[in-house]
Design a protein around this ligand. Sequence first.
Ligand code: DP6
Length: 363
Amino acid sequence: MAKSKWTEFTQNAVGTEQLKSAGSEFKSGWKAPSNIAIVKYWGKKDGQIPQNPSLSFSLNGCYTQTQLEVKYSPKGFSLTINPEGKEFAPRIEQFLRNVEPLFPFLANVEAKVTTVNSFPHSVGIASSASGFASLALCLCHIEEQIKGNLGFGSPFLRKASYVARLGSGSASRSVFGGWQEWGYLPELPNSTNEYALSLSPIVDPKFFEMRDAILVVSSSPKVLSSTQGHVLMANHPFADARYAEARINLNAILKALRKGDLKRFFDIAESEAMTLHGLIMSSKNQPILLKPQSLQIIELIKAFRTEKGINIGFTIDAGPNIHLLYTSDVAPIVEAFVNEQLKPLCENQKVIFDSCGKGPELV
Ligand code: DP6
């Protein structure tokens, strides 16, 4: 972790005395979206530092809503979590202990976390991204309340992204709506491994019309968690070539996003998705995460695109489910195609229709 940034974010950190004198009890609630990566983060260094920069857009309907309550306690730190969040309890507790240097008031609080996902976590949509982004926003908001500050400007979001990253790398991106980038890229001003940047000011408006039909091929628990996947890259024979390629793809996709070049965008998105699975399959003793239906869906998407001559494409996370991407102008024909040809290949005909969203909301 770069020391300078750690210092930036620990400056004026709020301790127990400030918590007590400001009122002892605070609460905050945020809704934060999941995001779908187009250029993939796959491989990391100590301190949640990515091996390569990544790029994503935030979803609209897939989000986590979290409420954090803290109350001064002379007995030290304790945590309760609602039954729905119980599955994440060990990771949340570890996270809250890790970020104590940033939020020293946590040393003496009873903390209560209530967290609910809008989507079933079993469908393979990244709940760690929306979960840690919403929790990080709550923490930063409580800190601001104790300090007596109002408003959520850029420094607030930058810190929230930094804190979210410490919970889960992809969560750093979920602090922003629209399009975002995380990780140092020499050609992109202000890019850093410490937190994500909003790309929305430089992205052509047509990319805000992006839709994502999530084709749920299997909702079985993940065979390989992302955290385990990053570890596989440590000794991967293609690691260096992959990190170099991600930077090339990121520069190229930034150009496509600026120019509104959908064709180039989908070319890169698909190459990134297949590269991710190529890397997984070429790791030692790793399972194949794609299912026969995933491949059938990919073939059907390609055939439909050629037949209709339209710009659509797909991406895939570290699982078997396919994200079909298209813009709203072609939504009627694409969604008819999904319902007729792709739905029957999905588990229990499950498709989640989502779109590019506006980002976190205070609740
Ligand atoms: C394939 O952010 O879930 O979705 O930092 O260990 O929590 P941790 O990993 P995570 O990895 C996401 C991997 C990915 C690609 C991406 O979102 O960029």
